[in-house]
Design a protein around this ligand. Structure first.
Ligand code: UD1
Length: 423
């Protein structure tokens, strides 16, 4: 199992390119189940989760080829409507095949994803939404078994704004008979990207990017190509790295990113004292002289993303004062706290609120990755810590960050991947 070895304290400067968004790719790829033919998905990041989605789609008969960052997907022959546990347990986003399979073929057997490192993550909204469209769904033997004739339009108001449920119901509704209205739909850019892709495939969707979607079902869709949007969480993670250990006499510039998706994070970084320059597709950051404590509360887009909460905690650990981090999306998502404390952070958690008392310095240690974004926070803290930090079990990072160690090393960090050790 690979680990990262970091020698902290190196100052970062220079330019890196953002990768395509993991969470957009994981929605776009299963959308190819909706129409037979060949698709090209450009700017697809090379990640373990993308590989897992590819394997899953291949078990259903799709042919997938990667040339650099372009995936060519041929969905002309679909032979199975099942997402087995062995794939779903690796990646919850496997559930995205449910909507397109029910919508087009009226049949899907998708393993229940179960919990994850930070607690239960229900899929009730996916199931209720599809039932409203006319699917008959049973949950038995650990599987969601959905059957339908042609789905019909319906009015759906989600109790909770859910990225996955919005994506699934949207993909099912595009081929339903009649009009579907989804209220309290997720507005995350990755769901908007899915909406644009479905429109390019011939779907009729109004309100893409808003919380009110109107979908007029069509009889058939056709293949299309697309360019995956940049990964706002990767960009945000790199910005925090720069805020923590950037060179004050230079800057870190992130190119091919999407500043318009980043306001919640960039404004908070300005509050911290960093200087940011935002272009159309780049962000430049000069770190603050000292890090001011800034509270955050995670929320749905366009609020502060839960996927950036752990990284923000690493930044606040070196702030000149105390900050409060409130997690409203996943109340238990604090697996990184005990590991950050091993590096010298001063954090206490009560219910869904973490209190971070800034310290003057962190000290390198061995720490364990527990999930994707938690691992990112450990790397950030390791970059700022004195001495050597070893981040174990980096396969979590490989799920969602494309060559993070190379990107950070190109900015001047001393970080390398070491393999062959048992942990
Ligand atoms: C997606 C992202 C993940 C991100 C999360 C929140 C992907 C592949 N993953 O996950 O990185 O952290 O959005 O921005 O895009 N909920 C229910 N019932 C459901 C579904 C969700 O109660 O059926 C709740 C969840 O417990 C959570 C909230 O809704 O409290 C939001 O979750 P959701 O947006 O569905 O997250 P995912 O789509 O799983």
């Amino acid at each position: 199992m690979d680990k990262f070895v970091i020698h902290g304290g190196k100052k970062l400067k220079g330019t890196v390119q953002a990768s395509g968004a993991k969470n957009a790719s994981l929605a776009l790829m299963p959308a190819t189940l909706l129409a037979s033919g060949e698709y090209k998905l450009h700017n697809t990041p090379e990640l373990r989760d993308v590989a897992t989605m590819s394997r899953l789609l291949e078990t259903m008969g799709l042919k997938i080829r990667r040339d650099d960052h372009t995936l060519t997907i041929n969905s002309s022959s679909i032979t199975s409507f099942e997402a087995p546990y062995e794939h779903v347990k690796k990646m919850r986003a496997s559930i995205y095949v449910l909507g397109p399979l029910v919508g087009r073929f009226g049949q899907a057997d998708v393993s229940l994803p179960g919990g994850c490192a930070w607690g239960p993550r229900p899929v009730n909204l996916h199931i209720e939404g599809l039932r409203k469209l006319g699917a008959e769904i049973e949950v038995e033997g650990g599987y969601i078994r959905a059957r339908a004739k042609r789905l019909h339009g319906a009015r759906i108001v989600f109790d909770v704004s859910s990225v996955g449920a919005t994506g699934n119901v949207m993909m099912a509704a595009v081929l339903a008979q009649g009009t579907t209205v989804i209220d309290n739909a997720a507005m995350e850019p990755e769901i908007a990207a899915l909406g644009h892709f479905l429109r390019a495939m011939g779907a009729k969707i109004d309100g893409v990017g808003t919380n009110h979607l109107e979908i007029e079902g069509v009889d058939a869709l056709h293949p299309a190509d697309c360019v995956t949007i940049p990964d706002r969480i990767e960009t945000g993670t790199l910005l925090i790295a720069a805020a923590l250990v950037g060179d004050r006499n230079a800057s870190v510039r992130i190119e091919r990113c999407s500043p318009s998706h980043m306001s919640a994070v960039t404004t908070k970084l300005e509050d911290v004292g960093a200087k940011l320059t935002l272009g159309k597709d780049f962000i430049e950051i000069v770190p603050p002289e000292s890090i001011r404590p800034v509270n955050i509360t995670t929320s749905i887009y366009s609020g502060f993303p839960t996927d950036m909460q752990a990284q923000w905690m690493a930044l606040m650990s070196l702030a000149q004062g105390t900050s409060i981090i409130t997690e409203t999306i996943y109340s238990d998502r604090f697996m990184h706290v005990p590991e950050l404390i091993r590096l010298g952070c001063n954090i206490t958690v009560k219910d869904n609120i973490a209190t971070v008392v800034g310290v003057h310095r962190l000290m390198g240690a061995k720490v364990m990755s527990t999930d994707l974004r938690a691992s990112a926070s450990l790397i950030l803290a390791g970059l700022a810590a004195e001495g050597m930090t070893e981040v174990l079990r980096v396969y979590h990072l490989d799920r969602g960050y494309e060559q993070i160690e190379r990107k950070l090393a190109s900015l001047g960090a001393e970080i390398e991947r070491a393999s062959g050790e048992e942990f």
